[in-house]
Design a protein around this ligand. Structure first.
Ligand SMILES: Cc1cc2nc3c(=O)[nH]c(=O)nc-3n(C[C@H](O)[C@H](O)[C@H](O)COP(=O)(O)OP(=O)(O)OC[C@H]3O[C@@H](n4cnc5c(N)ncnc54)[C@H](O)[C@@H]3O)c2cc1C
Length: 376
């Protein structure tokens, strides 16, 4: 089935995936991150982190347990900021796995690394917001029931951080135009694995679709990204473990000459030792960050969150690259998951904030403690 995931369109696999999801529900393991009142297991972030690692060992793990991005983040936003009506209409079907959603923030014309710089606007008219703008990289938009759209509602606010809001836009609203699924690393994707370019053209939704308060869009996004980075990092560690296993297994079996497996070469041993150390270090760092968020909240854990985001994304690339190298030509084929992950996870160093942004956050927070003036 995992091999199918790489080679067959998502829609073809959906009936099988749905059957597996029902099995997960029947086992009482559905949506482990959610509170029991919403049908989940009520795990803390630290507890769910462990589960996320296990699910990450397969590309279909999170989807089968209904804790896949971007739905997991949107669920958290709705739980925290949704009105009772919004919860009934969107959160309920989302947590039951009946619909999917997407998060629409990045714009082609503006640096996504600067999250307060954007051009999409929502203007009040009657009881509605009229939204106009251009987005791309809205993951999983194809087939989603609704988008949470980041849009400027308060252009006059003194602080740029208070200008944007998050608004729920059903994807069947007139003026919601999915232009195309953007090809990423040779793959246009579709459905859940798509990254869409979207135009919002006089897209009219009720003002009741606002999430939280006007101008709170950035604060809500920041709050969502903390746990989101724990989920991603633990998923990446799951991928690392699987790649590590494949690397060691192949090194042990593949003979360079009779009786001389690859594993006898010192350079391969070095890759194995370094990968083991880096994966173990990553796990401890992420669990530390998760525990701090559980204890003190996202804001208090800003340094830890940025540290793991760039560090674990880097470890993921290194481990995948070494595992492919050990497999030689076989590593590049689509018979193994390695090539799938190598393509699909290169984005780890870019989405949810590129490495450079996170390194800057960490360094600046540390340097401030040394009295360095970073205002210029
Ligand atoms: C696979 C994938 C899925 C995504 N899914 C979503 C989604 O669902 N919804 C959504 O809204 N967006 C999504 N994105 C968009 C993502 O959030 C942006 O790509 C990211 O924020 C970077 O913005 P940008 O692409 O505009 O790059 P830019 O902001 O133009 O940055 C380009 C490069 O400049 C460098 N750089 C940036 N800032 C600094 C700095 N301060 N110092 C030094 N160097 C710097 C970095 O190397 C960076 O890669 C996704 C992206 C990818 C790749």
């Amino acid at each position: 089935m995992e091999g199918d995931f790489m080679r067959r369109p998502f829609r073809e696999l959906l009936p099988l995936l749905k059957a597996k999801r029902e099995q997960v529900k029947a086992l009482g393991l559905w949506a482990p991150h959610l509170p029991p009142a919403l049908g989940g297991l009520g795990l803390s972030l630290s507890e769910f982190a462990r589960v996320s690692e296990e699910l990450g060992r397969t590309p279909i793990g999170h989807f089968l347990f209904n804790c896949q991005a971007p739905d997991i983040g949107n669920t958290e936003i709705l739980i925290e900021h949704g009105t009772p009506e919004q919860k009934e209409k969107w959160l309920g079907p989302l947590v039951r796995g009946e619909i999917r959603s997407c998060f629409s923030m990045t714009e082609p014309e503006f640096a996504g690394s600067n999250p307060v710089w954007m051009n999409t606007t929502a203007v009040k008219e009657g009881g509605d917001y009229v939204i106009n703008g251009h987005k791309w990289f809205t993951s999983a938009a194809d087939g989603a029931a609704f988008a949470i759209v980041m849009t400027i509602t308060n252009p006059e606010a003194a602080k740029p951080h208070n200008r944007a809001s998050q608004i729920i836009v059903p994807t069947n609203t007139p003026g919601f135009k999915l232009v195309r699924n953007i090809p990423v690393m040779g793959d246009e994707g579709e459905d859940y694995s798509s990254h869409a370019e979207i135009r919002y053209e006089n897209c009219r939704v009720p003002q009741a679709n606002l999430l939280g308060k006007e101008g709170d869009g950035f604060a809500i996004a920041q709050h969502r990204l903390g746990p989101g980075r724990i989920h991603h990092c633990m998923r990446w560690i799951g991928i690392c473990e699987r790649a590590f296993d494949l690397m060691c297994g192949h090194a042990a079996r593949r003979e360079l000459a009779p009786g001389k497996p690859l594993a006898t070469r010192q350079i391969v041993q070095e890759w194995i030792a370094e990968s083991r150390a880096e994966i173990n270090a990553s796990r401890l760092m992420v669990l530390e960050a998760a525990a701090k968020i559980d204890r003190e909240g996202t804001r208090a854990a800003r340094v830890e969150i940025s540290l793991i985001k760039f560090f674990v994304a880097g470890v993921l690339q290194k481990v995948l690259d070494r595992a492919i190298q050990v497999h030689g030509g076989l590593g590049l084929t689509d018979y193994l998951l390695l090539s799938h992950w190598y393509r699909h996870e290169r984005g780890a160093r870019i989405y949810d904030g590129p490495d450079e942004v996170h390194k800057t956050v960490v360094a600046r927070m540390i340097l401030r403690q040394y009295g360095v003036d970073l205002s210029q």
